[in-house]
Design a protein around this ligand. Structure first.
Ligand code: ZN
Ligand code: ZN
Length: 239
């Protein structure tokens, strides 16, 4: 299995990432990727760009260097009711929304019950494509309750390769999540969350883990162009 797209990446617009859109696209092209989602952090993250940055993403071409460039955002899950800091009016400008929990952008202490509620609510949000890096031990949720719901609603469960590089305590949870995605038929995407060009498109640790658990390629949306195009077709994303 190999990756044909990276669907969660950052640029200097996030202000704690270090490459431009152009540099990220050239790297994606060099790797032969079919698509790249640029998903800079939404407004609650310190240093994030304002709404006008995201509204103006339409100025970027749909294809650069042969790569389908998805105009995206990484929304912050702001509370345990699953609300995100991206208004529906802004979502109209975007091709791609990944949503994630970060300790600095969510109100209140986490419990399994509260996180389960947040993810179940998020599963109902028609504008969210990806549930990002949900393997956190702090934001642990009831996987057996949430994952079937995500599968049913066509949400993509991200296995975030940076978890294997930077947050080793996530690894066990990521394996559990992947096994349950296989069991319930939830589609996943393997993303790098690259904050620089060097890690873009290289989800090697995750791919190795998926091989070990015999994870079906048909459920990995960014493991083949056909898989990703099928997802785009279902969700009205042009290519
Ligand atoms: Zn970041
Ligand atoms: Zn990110």
């Amino acid at each position: 299995m190999k990756l044909i797209a990276d669907l969660h990446t950052h640029t200097i617009a996030s202000t704690h990432a270090y490459a431009t859109v152009t540099e990220m696209v050239f790297e994606a092209s060099r790797l032969g990727l079919f698509a790249l989602a640029i998903t800079d952090h939404a407004r609650s993250m310190p240093g994030a760009p304002g709404p006008f940055y995201f509204e103006s993403l339409g100025m970027l071409p749909q294809y650069m260097e042969g790569v389908r460039l998805l105009r995206g955002i990484e929304a912050n899950i702001c509370d345990y009711d699953g609300n995100i800091d991206v208004e529906p009016t802004l979502q109209n400008y975007l091709d791609w929304v990944v949503a994630s929990m970060h300790t600095i952008t969510i109100k209140g202490e986490a419990t399994v019950e509260k996180c389960t509620n947040a993810y179940l609510k998020l599963a109902e949000n028609p504008n969210v494509n990806v549930i990002a890096h949900s393997g956190s031990e702090y934001f642990k949720y009831d996987y057996d309750l949430v994952i079937p719901k995500l599968a049913q609603n066509g949400k993509l469960v991200e296995i975030n390769d940076s978890a294997f590089r930077y947050s080793k305590d996530y690894m066990g949870n990521c394996v559990t999540i992947a096994k349950l995605c296989k069991k319930y038929g939830a589609r996943i995407c393997v993303n790098t969350d690259a904050h620089f060009t060097n890690t873009l498109g290289k989800g090697y640790k995750t791919l190795e883990m998926l091989r070990e658990i015999d994870f079906p390629e048909s459920l990995v949306v960014n493991a083949s162009v056909d898989n990703l195009k099928a997802y785009f077709d279902e969700n009205g994303i042009s290519y």
